[in-house]
Design a protein around this ligand. Sequence first.
Ligand code: COA
Length: 260
Amino acid sequence: MNYTTLHTELENGIFLLTINRPDKLNALNRTVIAELAHALDEVAVNPEIRGVILTGSGNKAFVAGADITEFLSLDGAGGSQLAARGQALVFDKIEQSSKPVLAAVNGFALGGGCELAMACHFRVAAAHAKFGQPEVNLGLIPGYGGTQRLTWLVGKGRALELMMTGQMVDAAEAHRIGLVNHVFSTEELLTRTKEILQVIISKAPLAVAEVIQLSNYATSGQAGGLSREISAFGKLFDTADAKEGAAAFLEKRKPQFTGH
Ligand code: COA
């Protein structure tokens, strides 16, 4: 598929998905959202894709937010529709992907950009990256899941400070508060993120998919997560990969997982 706002590349099972509007700091307009939705569908159905890295084009920005030029014409209903469409087509789809999705944050991750990074399973940042939810500067609030995911990730006090002041934090502070897992130099960011993802995709895919789902359930506010864990744990014993994992351990060899 040829995209106008995305660049995609598949290598060794890793799908590198780059948002490609560098002159607009990769801001999320309707086309980007629609193309991301399409690319995520491709991720779900293409068996050659085993994991995804989401990043931004250029060195300056991961994504500097939703495209503000689209805001002026919106009324209340239009605003709700924009948020609902984006959440359903992209943000929730990333979070619920059974294949691992990592954000390689290569610069500004502001507003919808910070929210996009937070929808990923975890985040790795370049040292010059900056994070923030500046919507209050526009008389708005995060609409792509930020109020919820930021609170889960960094706790209520820190999330509220970020969302109420609109101030940015640098990568070191984002790391300190748990918003990102690792900080690397700009030059190393992609290689190191690929190394981390290679480790994950060498594991049993069904097991990885289950931990994603159960972790999402833990933050869904619903009761019964532990009993879901019990049934998923049991279900995995019926997979070929669980047999292979135990056999390989006992035979002192590397497991060959097939995703079955
Ligand atoms: N929506 C639309 N366009 C955006 C954008 C956004 N969220 N963020 C940046 N751009 C555009 C700028 O308008 C500018 O376009 P132009 O060259 O046609 O004028 C271009 O990207 C470069 O940005 P610029 O502001 O000139 O870069 P800078 O280095 O001076 O500042 C930022 C960088 C990130 C601090 C600044 O662009 C910014 O504050 N962006 C908005 C962040 C935001 O509020 N996001 C939340 C939206 S809900």
